[in-house]
Design a protein around this ligand. Structure first.
Ligand code: NAD
Length: 497
């Protein structure tokens, strides 16, 4: 669902607007390559200064940032609501998740990344071996609009905690939220521009890819991810790609059907389905299918889209996404699917009310491509094995969920996904010590957790000779008999089975 243009508009500024009212939220520069390169140049000394603070100095400042976010959450949530359209409670959830990640990354960076001794081998027993995790330097972060706080912060705070400076390009739909975050950090860390903002459309993101940053963390659609990777390839800039998903929920024979239905409705419809790890398809086994569908229908009927205080879900933030949702719905109905909740009339831009679909053929668009809207297709399968087979046949592999008892963990393991929740949905995203990322079309690399910290470092190996060996191993002067001895010893140690 790449929506942005590669060429900037003629004007040097653009506005972000409220997706419901059209009210202008802010005016921002369309930063070209020169502005982006200048930001990266400013980030270089900032990165050195920030790295020089050490783990403790950074922890203090990151925890101060966390405290500020927690105290000013209402203001930030209100801005998220104005610019993205989501209900305040949804905005609060993402701020809460971001605060938890910030807290974890700040406190754990030293433990995860401090230099550590590692064992050597018998042959090189005289070498003390250690590994260190220095920061890569300057990290570029490109973010989407659907979770304008939690998603980019998932990269930003781990990159900062690992000792890097960051240049952040938020989505052109949510630059004011990006500005808010960067300004808040700058208020607390005044000495150097450790976290900077660049704004604009796709071309600004492309300029960041080509700017010579030491790593690029991208979150967005697979189509744009490919362009990002191609642009980064020009300078061999390493990338983390956090892309879309077509996440499954599997409901097994022994599942708590009520809990599964509640989770499917929340996981599929909250934030109007505009979640990379939304439940986008459900496979329920034959013994529970009818009960499960009845529970889902009863719950989904109560979910309403709107802009008022009591609405459960907000608008579709990106106007063009409504066309994708309508296309997926029309295609499913044309192929014989039935809508048990909602139908074509549910699409009333900028809102889409929930639609629960059954009897959807597996090759329908809504079963194959990311919908990013509140459509919930539920499919009957003979058993959980069939569900896993169908789940793994899709090229995406971001998140998943399994409801059941006896086989639930085993099913979770057999799914080709970066993360799976058993008997809940989306939970893995909120656990800071877990890595987050996908496989296949969902991307690669990891944010969050120890892996997410290491992602923004360059592991550096060091050996230190503690004493010379009695024979010179790595020398042209080594004794002639040494290689035959080593051959015999290798056969003895490694060649016996
Ligand atoms: P998008 O790919 O259209 O845009 C993402 C960002 O990339 C924006 O900031 C955009 O300006 C920038 N961009 C566009 N063209 C570019 C180019 N050529 N070079 C560099 N940058 C460019 O995605 P979106 O519509 O903003 O976000 C929705 C997508 O993001 C969905 O597919 C969703 O699943 C995915 N997403 C993934 C995660 C995750 O963690 N895996 C989280 C949230 C959203």
């Amino acid at each position: 669902m790449a929506i942005t243009q590669d060429a900037p508009p003629a004007a040097a500024t653009f506005t972000s607007t409220n997706p419901v009212t059209g009210e202008v939220v802010g005016t921002f520069a369309v930063d070209g390559p020169e502005a982006v390169e200048a930001a990266v140049a400013r980030a270089r000394p900032a990165a050195a200064w920030w790295a020089g603070l050490g783990f403790e100095g950074r922890e203090q400042r990151l925890l101060a940032f966390k405290g500020h976010l927690a105290r000013q959450a209402d203001e930030l949530c209100e801005l998220v609501r104005r610019e993205n359209g989501k209900p305040l409670d949804d905005a609060f959830f993402e701020v809460l998740v971001a605060v938890d990640h910030l807290d974890w990354a700040a406190r754990k960076a030293a433990k995860v990344l401090k230099p550590r001794r590692v064992p050597s081998t018998l042959l090189l027993a005289n070498q003390a071996a250690s590994v260190e995790y220095p920061p890569v330097g300057v990290v570029g972060v490109i973010g989407p609009w659907n979770y304008p706080v939690a998603t980019p912060m998932g990269s930003i705070v781990y990159a900062l905690a690992a000792g890097n400076a960051v240049v952040f390009k938020p989505s052109e739909l949510t630059p004011a939220v990006g500005r808010w975050l960067v300004d808040a950090f700058a208020e607390l860390v005044r000495e150097q521009p450790v976290l900077q903002l660049v704004t604009g459309f796709g071309a600004t993101g492309a300029a960041l890819c080509r700017s010579g940053v030491d790593k690029l963390a991208f979150t967005g659609s697979p189509g744009t991810g490919r362009k990002v990777m191609a642009a980064c390839a020009e300078r061999l800039t390493p990338v983390v790609l956090e892309l879309g998903g077509k996440d499954v929920m599997i409901v097994d024979d022994d599942a708590d059907v009520g809990a599964a239905a509640d989770a499917a409705v929340w996981g599929g419809l909250s934030n109007a389905g505009q979640i990379c790890i939304a439940v986008e398809r459900v496979y329920a086994t034959a013994p529970v299918y009818d009960r499960f569908v009845a529970e889902v229908v009863a719950r989904a009927r109560r979910v309403r889209a709107g802009a008022d205080e009591r609405a459960h879900i907000g608008p579709i933030t990106l106007p063009a996404q409504v066309d994708t949702i309508r296309r997926h719905l029309d295609d499913a109905l044309a192929r014989g699917a039935h809508a048990l909740v909602g139908g074509p009339e549910s699409v009333r831009p900028p809102f889409v009310d929930p639609v629960v679909l059954v009897d959807v053929p597996e090759d329908a668009l809504v079963m194959q491509e990311e919908t990013f809207g509140p459509l919930l297709p539920v499919t009957r399968v003979a058993d959980a094995d069939e569900a896993v087979e169908r789940a793994n046949a899709n090229p995406y592999g971001l998140g998943a969920s399994v409801f059941g008892r006896k086989r639930a963990r085993a099913l979770a393991r057999s799914l080709r996904a970066g993360a799976t929740s058993v008997n809940s949905v989306l939970s893995f995203f909120g656990v800071p010590s877990l890595p987050f990322g996908g496989v296949g079309e969902s991307g690669f690399g990891r944010i969050h957790g120890p892996d997410g910290l290491r992602e923004f470092t360059r592991p550096q190996a060091i050996t230190r000779q503690r004493f010379p060996l009695p024979f010179a191993l790595q020398s042209f002067d080594r004794p002639e008999r040494l290689i035959p001895i080593l051959k015999r010893s290798m056969r003895l140690r490694h060649g016996r089975r």
